[in-house]
Design a protein around this ligand. Structure first.
Ligand code: GLU
Length: 330
């Protein structure tokens, strides 16, 4: 089977891309439920891809738990590490050859350079304030080193990261929820890393390569990842691929307005399940916050399909209040 969309059909191909760095929580459930609905409502193909590229942060037991918890919630996928499929492997940790090939192409085109800066040096050099998750923009210290300087640094035993020489022009795209977007890559971290100095491929490269090779043409993910999108689009274009359609959904926040994250241990799907909360109640709450189920009645994801449209999602981040959580309990 060719990658979805490569056969010229207009079929939607989406992905769920969890990172197995902790247990899935309510915020993940929100994002994955909406990504699942966006694909299933249009009879598309859904891929589950494990983003376990970072060996220091990913753990196999979290990977197994993630798949189990998402299935418990009522989500499914057509291709993935547990069900197989023609576009595998579906774990980024096993896709190193594809990333190496893409990196070699960018290197051969003169679009990369080695960067010898240490984390400490980068911290000291970082004059600009943080730009969302992109961190302080890279100031370009190693961009113009000449061959002799590079050679000397390599010989002194310094290990180098590989950075992309970012194109100067703006990256523009149309977000299905946010409308027209335009970013200068300098606003999004400047020349970003493609491979860390310890040899680990960077998230931006892995995601761009995988979305292209898996034929992903619809990406539904949280707004916190928006600053990564121009970087991924730039890479896709340099590698000769089309960018998917992106929809950056509002975030789920706790009662104090903080983004739900792994630190909210009690909101892990496992903890909720142990407290006797049913998946239908969770989906009922999430779909109410998404504006799909006004009274928040317990439902399965599949029951939400007939009326689902991405465009109907709320424009703003949504809060899960203590009262919402009390109502989840049996
Ligand atoms: N693996 C990322 C995460 O769990 C998602 C990346 C993406 O959707 O592109 O936050």
């Amino acid at each position: 089977m060719p990658p979805c969309g490569a056969d010229g059909s207009a079929r939607i191909c989406g992905r769920l891309a969890p990172s197995p760095t902790g247990y899935a929580h309510l915020g993940n459930a929100w994002a994955f439920l909406l990504a699942w609905l966006a694909v299933r409502a249009r009879k598309g193909v859904l891929i589950l891809r494990l983003e376990d590229i970072d060996p220091q942060r990913s753990r196999p037991e979290f990977a197994a738990a993630l798949l189990e918890d998402l299935r418990w919630l009522g989500l499914d996928w057509d291709q993935g590490p547990d069900v197989g499929g023609p576009l595998g492997p579906y774990e980024q940790s096993r896709r190193g050859a594809a990333y190496a090939e893409a990196l070699a192409r960018l290197e051969a085109a003169g679009l990369t350079y080695p960067c010898f800066c240490t984390r400490k040096e980068l911290r000291l050099l970082a004059a600009a304030p943080h730009v969302d998750d992109a961190g302080a923009p890279y100031p370009g210290t190693c961009r113009e080193l000449n061959a002799a300087q590079r050679e000397a640094l390599f010989r002194s035993g310094r290990r180098a990261a590989v950075r992309l020489r970012c194109p100067g022009e703006s990256v523009e795209f149309e977000d299905a929820l946010l409308g027209p977007q335009s970013f200068r890559l300098e606003e999004c971290g400047g020349d970003f890393a493609l491979r860390r100095s310890d040899g680990v491929v960077a998230y931006q490269l892995a995601v761009a390569v995988d979305d292209a090779l898996m034929g992903v043409n619809q990406v539904v993910r949280g707004r916190d990842i928006l600053p990564s999108t121009p970087r991924q689009i730039a890479l896709l274009r340099l590698l000769g691929h089309n960018a998917p359609q992106y929809a950056h959904i509002p975030l789920l926040l706790d009662g104090e307005g903080r983004r739900l994250a792994k630190r909210h241990r009690s909101l892990a799907l496992r903890s909720l399940r142990e407290q006797g909360v049913t998946p239908r109640r969770i989906v009922g709450l999430l779909s109410r916050l998404a504006g799909l189920n006004p009274r928040g009645v317990p439902v399965s994801p599949a029951e939400l399909l007939p009326d689902f449209a991405l465009e109907r999602l709320p424009g703003t981040d949504q809060r899960v209040t203590d009262q919402d959580l009390r109502q989840l309990a049996p």
